[in-house]
Design a protein around this ligand. Structure first.
Ligand code: FAD
Length: 487
């Protein structure tokens, strides 16, 4: 069975890894080719080791309570490379009228279930605090679980002030999106479930915490909420590639610098064949094809097969962002903020170009030499993309100005690195899940043809890994059901 996987980001690599596993247990002979247009694997995962700094250009960590990221690392033998966040200095800050205030405990998980610190917080007016504590008494939506925007849902539940000052900046960080447009169901469905089941988010959070404590379900309880790998997330990519090469041998061919330019269906019927055309002029005839590219690339490639799928995929917009890492000698920061936490977020209502900043060398060990600090800043996102495409000098100037205003850092950075991510983060707009149903309905007509990756059911690394695994299972099931393989 010949399988072609297009795209060697985490989703494509995880699909390939799971495919070999599941095909092996089902005794299906597969021959898989994974083609990646860039010169390296990993897609958005990009770690640079510069002097003694570990600099992440893209993702810097992943959630441990979604088990698929930690699980894959352990399977790959990276269990003892997993590293949690600093447990001593774990404060997070939020910008409030130009100065940093500590983020109230409990809000980081997007729930004010620990209401006391929130009620003491100077971040909210008395009216805002009153509205917050009224949340359990706010009736649930009469529409009964239909999709709505994050802004509409959280303002309805907690009021405008809590939303603008505390909830919105956290969400912007994750999706770089506009809360007025992002789908609650596709991004944070848990909160909709809480409303439906308990009539309140606060009640739902409390109930879920009680449940967790009772059943000790949290298998990764010893890990911090976010984890990373000691030498950066590229360790996961390298281990995946090495494992595919080792297990794969003749079953797996990994190719970089190979761009797919076209896709057609050659044979119709129950067991079609697909032709994957490469820029070099070569063709890969395949029984199954996985498009693990951004949705807009999948849209272009699927045009010749089904324009309906292309149209649906094009409705998934993307936004552009940039990360800027700056290193400073510790001695040069004597009058500056002490960087005693994970960093800060900036609500949109503050009207700044900077979106957030991680104090990398405080949040994680082994990120910089002990006589330096490393700070990572985020720019761009929906409505603020222009800044991403300014020239390097402008961007560093802008970020340094923001750090001077907010943290009082005036020193020259010892090192600066800019990573631009054009059309990198998919936006799950209201109705996103209905769109996925449409796409899946159409894809059923093309056995062996799948789309996977961050455009669909989660942008985080664990979700992409999980999606890859489900995609691999789907292909193996198709091979088993198709009668193509004699059992
Ligand atoms: C700045 C930034 C910070 C982030 N931070 C985090 C974080 O801290 N934690 C977290 O969990 N997630 C984070 N994310 C999200 C996460 O990194 C991505 O959602 C995830 O890496 C996407 O993986 P993917 O495989 O779906 O897509 P990609 O990584 O985009 O991979 C797709 C691959 O397809 C290839 N390709 C495209 N077209 C073709 C073609 N025609 N032929 C062949 N190959 C092709 C591309 O070159 C690419 O390598 C972040 C994202 C960004 C941009």
């Amino acid at each position: 069975m010949k399988v072609t996987i297009i795209g060697g980001g985490i989703a494509g690599l995880a699909t390939a890894y799971s495919l070999l596993k599941h095909a092996d247990s089902a005794n299906i002979p597969v021959s898989c080719t994974l083609v990646e247009s860039a010169q390296h694997f990993g897609g958005k995962i990009l770690t640079e080791l510069i002097d003694d700094f570990v600099i992440e250009g893209g993702p810097d960590s992943f959630l441990s309570y979604k088990p698929w990221g930690v699980g894959l690392c352990r399977e790959l033998g990276l269990g003892d490379r997993l590293m949690g966040t600093n447990t001593k200095h774990h404060r997070t800050y939020v910008l409030y009228n130009g100065s940093l205030r500590e983020f109230p405990e409990g809000m980081v998980t997007l729930s004010p279930s620990q209401s006391l610190p929130l009620l003491m917080s100077p971040l909210l007016s008395w009216a805002g605090k009153f509205r917050l504590v009224m949340e359990p008494f706010i009736a649930k939506a009469a529409t009964g679980g239909t999709d709505e925007s994050l802004a509409s849902f959280f303002q309805r539940r907690f009021g405008v002030e809590v939303f603008e000052r505390l909830i919105e900046p956290l969400m912007t960080g994750i999706y770089a999106g506009d809360a007025e447009q992002l789908s609650l169901k596709a991004t944070f469905p848990r909160f909709l479930d809480f409303e439906q089941q308990y009539g309140s988010i606060i009640k739902g959070m409390l109930a879920s915490r009680r449940q967790r404590m009772k059943t000790k379900l949290d298998t990764n309880a010893r890990l911090t909420t976010f984890v990373t790998l000691r030498g950066g997330l590229a360790e996961m990519v390298r281990a995946l590639v090495a494992s595919l090469e080792r297990i794969g041998k003749e079953k797996m061919l990994l190719r970089t610098g190979v761009k797919v330019t076209g896709l057609t269906k050659l044979v119709s019927g129950k067991n079609p064949k697909y032709e994957v055309k490469l820029r070099s002029g070569e063709s890969l005839i395949s029984d199954a094809v996985v498009l693990a590219t951004p949705a807009f690339t999948a849209a272009d490639l699927l045009m010749a097969i089904d324009k309906g799928i292309t149209d649906q995929l094009r409705y998934i917009p993307y936004t552009s962002t940039a990360t800027v890492s700056l290193a400073y000698p510790v001695a040069s920061l004597s009058h500056a903020h002490s960087l005693n936490g994970f960093g800060f977020v900036i609500p949109r209502v503050e009207n700044r170009l900077l979106v957030a900043s991680t104090w990398t060398s405080t949040k994680w060990a082994h990120r910089s030499p002990s006589d330096h600090v490393l700070i990572r800043c985020y720019l761009g996102g929906v409505g603020r993309e222009d800044v991403v495409f300014r020239d390097d000098q402008d961007i560093v100037h802008l970020v340094r100005k923001e750090l001077r205003d907010i943290l009082d850092i005036t020193a020259d950075p010892a090192l600066s690195r800019i990573y631009r991510w054009k059309n990198a983060i998919p936006q799950y707009l209201v109705g996103h899940l209905d769109r996925l149903v449409e796409i899946e309905k159409r894809l059923i007509q093309y056995p062996g043809l799948c789309v996977t990756g961050s455009a669909y059911r989660g942008v985080g690394l664990p979700d992409c890994i999980h999606e890859g695994d489900l995609t691999a299972k789907k292909i193996v099931d198709y091979f088993l059901d198709s009668g193509l393989v004699k059992q």
